[in-house]
Design a binder for this molecule. Sequence first.
Ligand code: GLN
Length: 192
Amino acid sequence: MSLPVGVLALQGDFREHLQAFERLGVAAVGVRAASELSQVSGLVIPGGESTTIGKLARIFNVFDPIRDAVKAGLPTFGTCAGLIMLADDILGGIDGQETFGGLDVTVSRNAFGNQSDSFEAELQFIGIGHPVKAAFIRAPIITEVRGADVRSTLEDGRVVAVSQDNILGISFHPEVTGDDSVHELFLREFVK
Ligand code: GLN
């Protein structure tokens, strides 16, 4: 891997993702400009607030370049709000809310209710050989999976992780529990 991994650094917990890659000994940089997209080996879209990330991406003129780069095959990993940004269809969006798309799924925003409904869980995850510690924070749920593969579900069967071609999308925050195994999977299987 010659280029660093990029983390979209407009809003949300991009710093925690940069730290996760640092723990794994992998170079990572914040991305705020379209010109930086050709200088990264992959892109993380972090958790935060999808409406804000979308608006800031327009203001910073990176919205179309990111959508095009994802479509062109840039390895991309969306967590929570980042998953929402990578879904082709969303439920519970604000009027006119846009996504980059790429994952042929429907994602329902704030599917667990409000902030007080945040929780942690240990998940089985296809491609990871041990339970993953996951923090769900005003998390979305993947309510319909069409062209993507399911990678993880809650015990009740609700889908919380999918992948499709160059894209990995998860409902939860892996970067706040100190469990870096999903970042490791992204590097191993998608960035290569
Ligand atoms: N509820 C947020 C949204 O809709 C996502 C929450 C998160 O990223 N932790 O964008």
